[in-house]
Design a protein around this ligand. Structure first.
Ligand SMILES: [Zn+2]
Length: 155
């Protein structure tokens, strides 16, 4: 699948406003797809459509009263990023390079979602990282370079 085909298929499952912060969506609208890496988008499609087969909630600020705003792409105006800069700390989270999302998966716990992905990791086109011990599903495509299909990490 090429990038355009991946995005067209992903639109059956996600709005771009779900996957980027409100600042980015307000400035770029549908053009904000450009900020998400092809590796991440392809991985997200396979995880959503073929592995978990259940709705995945990332951000929801467009749906009235939603509170999740920094769970997909984070820009320099997002508090999590701004605070690191103000503190003089480096911040290279996969969330700021268009390579990550945090999700709630309908009908399963984060632990169940992680295990289901690990059980089916051979279907994925790129190595993934999953954050361990958190109540949400953090999925990213930073490559540890260890030639492993998946890496578990703690922030
Ligand atoms: Zn932002």
């Amino acid at each position: 699948m090429n990038r355009n085909e991946i995005i067209a298929e992903l639109k059956n499952y996600f709005s771009i406003s779900d996957l980027v912060c409100p600042d980015t969506f307000q400035s770029f609208g549908q053009s904000a797809w450009q900020f998400l890496s092809t590796e991440f988008l392809h991985t997200l499609l396979i995880v959503r459509r073929d592995i978990l087969k259940s709705p995945m909630i990332c951000n929801n600020y467009t749906k009235g009263g939603g509170t999740f705003r920094q769970r997909g792409l984070r820009c320099n105006l997002c508090d999590l990023v701004k605070d690191k800069t103000a503190d003089g700390k480096i911040y290279l989270s996969a969330h700021i390079t268009g390579n990550a999302g945090d999700f709630d998966v309908k009908g399963m716990t984060a632990m169940q979602a992680r295990q289901t992905i690990i059980d089916n990791v051979s279907q994925l086109p790129y190595p993934i990282r999953l954050e361990e011990g958190v109540s949400w599903l953090h999925l990213d495509v930073y490559d540890s370079g260890k030639n492993q299909p998946f890496t578990l990490f703690t922030a």
